[in-house]
Design a protein around this ligand. Structure first.
Ligand code: NAP
Length: 310
């Protein structure tokens, strides 16, 4: 079997080629740039492929996304229709997201930014907040990462609610479904965590209209995609004081340009898309496993639904 690999950085691509050669020693693993006969390529392993990169492989059996989202693959307007897309998910990715979500929810819950400001001023300023059961945290998206994060928040003791497209039942989590229940979900949600996939329905969902439905002093955590957020709407909501704090891990442009207002904003915490970056060796093992299963059976559990966009 022939696998062609593309990641935006050449050194990253070379690293992945070596890794996958070690994991699939009987397969022919190459970088996309080194493919001489596109008709021989069976699988493409990609992150942010360029327009037309994948269309040239006329006999492609599947595309592998080096990550949980498939939006970066679907963004290619020349993407061939009907080729299965395999996501890279797993315990490692879920665990990392649970840690990130717990850390930043707790940080907002205990008002650490204000507490650290008091320390900087040598001010013995005690901030006493309600206990977790009296704090409502909402998770948008109850897939692999959202459901796992909601569970951890419930275990800590928060009053947790979750929102998804189809009905869900998760222990300790009050669930809401579809657009008709979005307002009810948002009402009273003091800390909002976004873990939706990027699709036409969710692009720009973190906007002025949504912020207005949160209670005053709400905090927003976006660890899904930068394109979910309307940047200016967040800045306006922070300026007005309706939203108190935000933690942003993902951005319209990555790396976030040095001139961007978010870097210096006193109410925004910026992290560089690390909430759940898969460890490459673990990711490689998952990809190799999925490729072997797909090659033997024609499918695997991590095949995404390209028609619905995630
Ligand atoms: P997933 O398993 O595909 O789950 C997506 C969830 O969102 C599902 O519960 C789905 O509802 C819900 N959803 C989709 N469209 C919706 C809509 N229009 N209205 C309401 N709910 C909707 O995704 P995942 O693996 O948890 O990952 C979520 C996203 O996190 C990824 O797509 C990626 O963008 C992001 N991510 C970020 C990082 C990072 O490091 N920052 C790392 C990995 C992933 P149903 O269950 O009803 O279908």
């Amino acid at each position: 079997m022939t696998v062609a690999i593309y990641l935006p950085s050449q050194s990253n691509t070379d690293w992945w080629v070596t890794l996958m050669q070690g994991l699939l020693p009987d397969w022919d693993i190459t970088s996309m740039a080194s493919v001489t006969d596109p008709a021989t390529v069976d699988y493409a392993v990609v992150w942010q492929p360029r327009t037309g990169d994948i269309a040239k492989f006329e006999n492609l059996k599947a595309i592998v996304s080096v990550g949980a989202g498939i939006d970066h693959v679907l963004a290619d307007p020349e993407l061939p229709q009907g080729v299965p897309i395999i996501r890279t998910v797993g315990k490692d990715l879920t665990q990392r997201m649970q840690e990130y979500v717990a850390l930043h929810v707790l940080r907002h819950h205990r008002d650490m930014p204000r507490q650290l400001q008091a320390q900087a001023e040598k001010d013995w300023h005690s901030i006493v907040v309600p206990v977790a059961p009296r704090r409502t945290v909402g998770v948008m998206g109850l897939g692999n990462l959202g459901a796992a994060s909601a569970r951890v928040l419930a275990q800590i003791g928060f009053s947790v609610r979750g929102w998804s497209k189809s009905p869900k039942s998760i222990d300790g989590v009050e669930t809401f479904t579809g657009d008709s229940e979005l307002d009810e979900f948002l009402d009273g949600c003091e800390i909002l965590v976004n873990l939706l996939p990027l699709t036409p329905a969710t692009r720009g969902i973190l906007n002025a209209e949504l912020f207005a439905k949160l209670p005053k002093d709400a905090c927003v955590i976006n660890c899904a995609r930068g394109q979910h957020l309307v940047d200016d709407d967040l800045l306006a909501a922070l300026e007005s004081g309706h939203v108190k704090q935000a933690t942003l891990d993902v951005f319209h442009q990555e790396p976030l340009p040095p001139s961007h207002t978010f870097w210096d904003h006193p109410a925004i915490t910026v992290t560089p898309h690390i909430s759940s970056r898969i460890d490459a060796e673990t990711g490689g093992r998952l990809i190799a496993e999925n490729l072997k299963i797909f090659d033997a059976t024609g499918t695997c559990p991590d095949v995404a639904d390209a028609a619905r966009g995630y």
